[in-house]
Write a protein that binds this ligand. Structure first.
Ligand code: NAD
Length: 256
């Protein structure tokens, strides 16, 4: 289904980004990987699916490096057909204790990087009259939680950016949508589970149940594989008229 297409997934060396990259590669898309995790492991996982892969180590907080990555991808594959803005970080603290440099980093990586990749990918997508922009927001793009000021602000902003880009491309073959996961057990969330266990002197299992019980009625983590299949659907012809959506996969979190 995605043969002769190229997907660039930011932050794809682990977690959700790698899950989405694998699902798109399994449908035939060539992949541009990015991120600071296990590059060799991610590359091997994609190569095993029989597609071409390149890696670019751009830091998503640095616009000049983002530009270099987008140019390198276009040089290697002609253009980016599918852009998945996934790189993200978290910091948990009350607003009055929130370190300003963490605020700046979260806004840059979780929000501004998507503006830069999008503005750079769009001209070639429009010229080809086909493209998919998928922004990995969060249920925190729809509702808030205490102590996550920068993350919630950035993810609400990313849902807003998604809607604007969807409107600006509405009469073209380019679509832009957001995916809003609830809890997914990746390194980003494992750290929050471990911190909770340490702070309360409880086991990791107890901390996990507590974390899910507070917010996610299904009491199940969403998986990177499930999110990968949602991304595949958004790239399919059936999703040609899905535009500007913020699609949650959150075990009922936002339904409460
Ligand atoms: P993760 O920590 O496993 O992956 C994050 C990826 O981003 C890694 O590849 C990391 O190397 C990369 N990254 C971090 N800073 C970067 C930078 N400056 N430049 C380039 N790459 C950078 O986390 P994850 O849980 O897979 O998160 C992926 C996305 O999904 C994030 O945007 C996150 O906010 C979102 N999300 C996660 C959950 C969850 O429960 N895990 C829920 C909702 C949304």
């Amino acid at each position: 289904m995605l043969h002769n297409k190229t997907a660039l997934v930011t932050g794809s060396t682990s977690g959700i980004g790698l899950g989405i990259a694998k699902a798109l590669a399994a449908r035939g898309a060539n992949i541009v990987l990015n991120g600071f995790g296990d590059v060799d492991g991610a590359r091997a996982a994609i190569e095993a699916l029989g597609v071409q892969v390149m890696y670019h180590g751009a830091d998503m907080s640095k616009p000049a490096e983002i530009e270099a990555m987008m140019h390198a991808a276009a040089e290697r594959f002609g253009r980016v057909d599918i852009l998945v803005n996934n790189a993200g970080i978290q910091h948990v603290a009350a607003v009055e204790d929130f370190p300003p440099e963490r605020w700046d980093a979260i806004l840059a990586i979780n929000l501004s990087s998507a503006f830069h990749t999008t503005r750079l990918a769009l001209p070639a997508m429009k010229a080809a009259n086909w493209g998919r922009i998928i922004n990995i927001a969060s249920v925190h793009g729809l509702v808030a939680s205490a102590h996550k000021a920068a993350y919630v602000a950035a993810k609400h902003g990313l849902v807003g950016l998604t809607k604007v880009v969807a409107l600006e491309t509405a009469t073209t073959g380019v679509t832009c949508n957001a995916i809003c996961p609830g809890w997914v057990l990746t390194p980003l969330v494992q750290k929050q589970v471990d911190d909770r266990a340490a702070q309360q002197g409880i086991s990791v299992e107890q901390a996990t149940r507590q974390l899910l019980g507070e917010k996610q009625p299904s009491m199940q983590f969403t998986t990177p594989e499930q999110l990968g299949e949602l991304a595949v659907f958004l790239c399919s012809p059936a999703a040609d008229n899905v535009r500007g959506a913020a699609w949650n996969m959150d075990g009922g979190w936002a339904a409460q």
